[in-house]
Ligand binder design. Structure first.
Ligand code: NFS
Length: 652
């Protein structure tokens, strides 16, 4: 059944961390297929697909563009086909983040109207701050009244037909000017998505540049619309993250506890589970079932959401979802939406694990479905937890192997938290960071984001690049599965600075008490990276636009359409993006040139493809230095400890 042991690659070629290696070996022994073995059976992947040259948009095809047949039946050439396929990917990614955000906005509206079940406004400060950002009257009004106005305003961000997104105004004025000049100011998120689908249907938009510009416009509706709104509303409903200690990797699973792994993205259910798991009734129920308690752990981005807000440990990142089940120690895996492999029920069938789907828009054959009722969130959460506990008796000790590997970590660096760490309660500000960049103690900021992909060794590129960058005094910001990769490595602690960071970065981290790699949240929270870069601009001294800040984005091991959209909104925001492997655009030289070169002139940032971490590190440093050069701050850093006095002084 499995090709795990028959493939040319050994488990150690598949992943960096010991826990994953051990469980991939176990998968082989247990004859269970995983994405790693399926990668082997999919060895001959479609080269037309890879180059973006397969068109199945109409039923005269599917057509494949080749040198001998350079046009499809309709006459579409490589440029049109590649650009249309690409725009559809960006649209898929934008839709995913934005639908996630819409659910949260609707929950906020329910809460405001008094029928939010067990949910409430956890962070009043965030609510009122956000209201002021959008000029929603808040003084002297109840939280509910403010929340209702804000929720309605946000709903308008999805449906607006003629007016650009209001959220765009959170960007620096100069950047808004760039978007206006290039004609890519997005209207409502839904409109952008519908328009993208219209423009890519047969016989509509055939100009590759026009199509690609709409890809950037749609992506802005994600990064500066859906994703940004998603993060803001999550903070209001569930609390703005602050630094919290926890642990990561499969070793967080308990030998004697009921193990429940939450997997997916939307925080509504997982947050409720994180709260309800501490209910005395649940604890007693677990004891009565013969367990020492319940271990709740997370996978992928829902893990990041409840890690940041509750310190719930992380079982792993994207490629560990099947591996978690193969430990034989998971009573239940609860999935909602996005990044959940359809293989999970089949893997679970080899053990006692129950896979429970909870979102009515996301069902999987073989998974039991327990529709999550937000109006009775606590009730739904309790029912799920009890069902998992009931399954504890079915665990087969002979099939259990929980790897020891787990590392301590600190997460929860929202922009607010970073400001506070840098400046304290009364002087919360990015000033010390800007000063450190200007003085050269910190060379720049690199956001390393995104997924794992079984095409490459899990976490290797991400971790190698991270290590090299902090050594070169680059502050690394992380989200998504890339953040989890650092957590598993034990690098999300302040001590990492002492071990690996270059002298300038180390001084700053030690003075401020932060790790040199900051875990900023889920993939939706990539909007926090834009927010942080905007804060740097607003703080002054590093240019008046995002494209001037020495900042780069990297997606080393990406696999999702969401990552495609994220890359696009970074570039449209003026931030260069390094990809560990290329988009499916290689079939068109024109499209490739547009994405990797011409965008620089239009937006101030472009895409760069670097096959190895080493190459990526060199490219990132060159890009940072290029920005430093333009700002006139590229002299050698004077080494000086950033002490409390400096930090206070710099704010005056
Ligand atoms: Ni992002 Fe999160 Fe992970 Fe990639 Fe998937 S979990 S939304 S897409 S795999 S980082």
């Amino acid at each position: 059944m499995t090709t795990e042991t028959k493939s040319g690659k050994s488990p150690a070629d598949r992943a960096m961390d010991e826990a994953s290696i051990a469980i991939i070996e176990k998968a082989g022994r247990d004859c269970v297929d995983t994405c790693f073995s399926r990668m082997d059976t999919q060895a001959n992947q479609c080269t037309f697909g890879k180059k973006g040259l397969c068109c199945r948009i109409c039923h005269m095809g599917p057509c494949r563009i080749t040198p001998k047949s350079p046009r499809g039946v309709c006459g579409a050439d490589a440029d049109t086909v590649v650009a249309r396929n690409y725009l559809r990917e960006v649209t898929g990614g934008t839709a995913a983040h934005s639908d996630h955000a819409r659910h949260l906005v609707l929950l906020l509206k329910n809460v405001a109207q008094g029928h939010g079940g067990g949910y409430g406004i956890k962070d009043e400060k965030a609510l009122r701050y956000t209201a002021r950002l959008y000029k929603v009257e808040e003084a002297g009004r109840t939280n509910e009244a403010v929340a209702l106005d804000l929720a309605n305003l946000f709903l308008g961000e999805f449906t607006s037909q003629e007016d650009p997104l209001k959220t765009l105004k959170l960007a620096p004025a100069k950047r808004i000017g760039v978007w206006e000049k290039q004609g890519i100011m997005p209207m409502g998120v839904d409109r952008m998505i519908v328009e993208a689908m219209h423009r890519t249907t047969m016989g509509v938009d055939h100009d590759y540049k026009n199509l690609l510009l709409h890809a950037f416009r749609t992506s802005l509706a994600d990064g500066w619309g859906g994703a940004r709104i998603g993060s803001m509303v999550s903070d209001i409903l569930f609390g703005t993250p602050t630094p919290v200690r926890s642990a990561a990797n499969l070793g967080v699973l308990g030998e004697k506890t009921v193990n429940i792994v939450v997997h997916g993205h939307e925080p509504a259910l997982s947050d409720m589970l994180a709260v309800t798991v501490n209910d005395p009734e649940i604890k007693a129920y677990a004891k009565a079932a013969g367990a020492e308690g319940v271990t709740l752990a997370g996978l992928c981005c829902t893990a990041n959401e409840i890690l940041m807000r509750h310190g719930v440990p992380i079982a792993g990142n994207f490629l560990q979802q099947e591996l978690a089940i193969i430990t034989g120690a998971v009573e239940m895996m609860v999935v909602d939406v996005q990044c959940c492999m359809p293989s999970l029920p089949e893997v679970a069938a080899a053990y006692h694990t129950e896979v429970i789907s909870t979102a009515d828009i996301a069902k999987t054959v073989g998974a039991a479905h327990m529709s999550f009722d937000e109006h009775d969130g606590a009730g739904s959460a309790k029912a799920i937890l009890k069902r998992a506990i009931d399954n504890f008796k079915n665990r087969d000790p002979k099939k259990v192997f929980i790897p020891k590997a787990k590392e301590q970590m600190v997460a929860g660096f929202s922009v607010d938290a970073i400001k506070y760490m840098l400046g304290g309660t009364y002087r919360a500000s990015f000033r010390p960071l800007n000063d450190a960049i200007i003085a050269g103690r910190i060379r720049g900021v690199v956001g390393i984001v995104g997924c794992n992909n079984p095409k490459s060794k899990t976490d290797e590129y991400t971790n190698e690049l991270t290590k090299e960058l902090i050594k070169q005094n680059v502050l690394v910001l992380k989200t998504g599965c890339s953040a989890i990769a650092s957590g598993k490595r034990g690098w999300l602690t302040p001590e990492t600075a002492i071990q690996f960071a270059g002298p300038g970065l180390r001084e700053v981290c030690e003075a401020v008490g932060i790790p040199p790699i900051l875990h900023m949240g889920s993939c939706v929270d990539n909007s926090r990276l834009l927010e942080a870069t905007t804060e740097i601009v607003m703080e002054g001294g590093l240019g008046d636009d995002l494209s001037m800040v020495p900042a780069v984005g990297v997606a080393p091991e990406w696999m999702s359409e969401k990552a495609v959209a994220i890359g696009c909104y970074f570039v449209a925001s003026g931030v260069d993006v390094v990809l560990g492997h290329p988009f499916y655009i290689g079939g068109s030289d024109n499209v490739t040139k547009f994405m990797n070169e011409e965008t620089k002139g239009l937006f101030g940032g472009s895409f760069h493809v670097c096959d190895t971490a080493k190459e990526a590190a060199v490219r990132c440093l060159a890009l940072l230095d290029e920005k430093r050069e333009k700002l006139g701050i590229n002299q050698k850093a004077e080494r000086k400890l950033l002490d409390m006095k400096d930090r206070r002084g710099s704010n005056v």
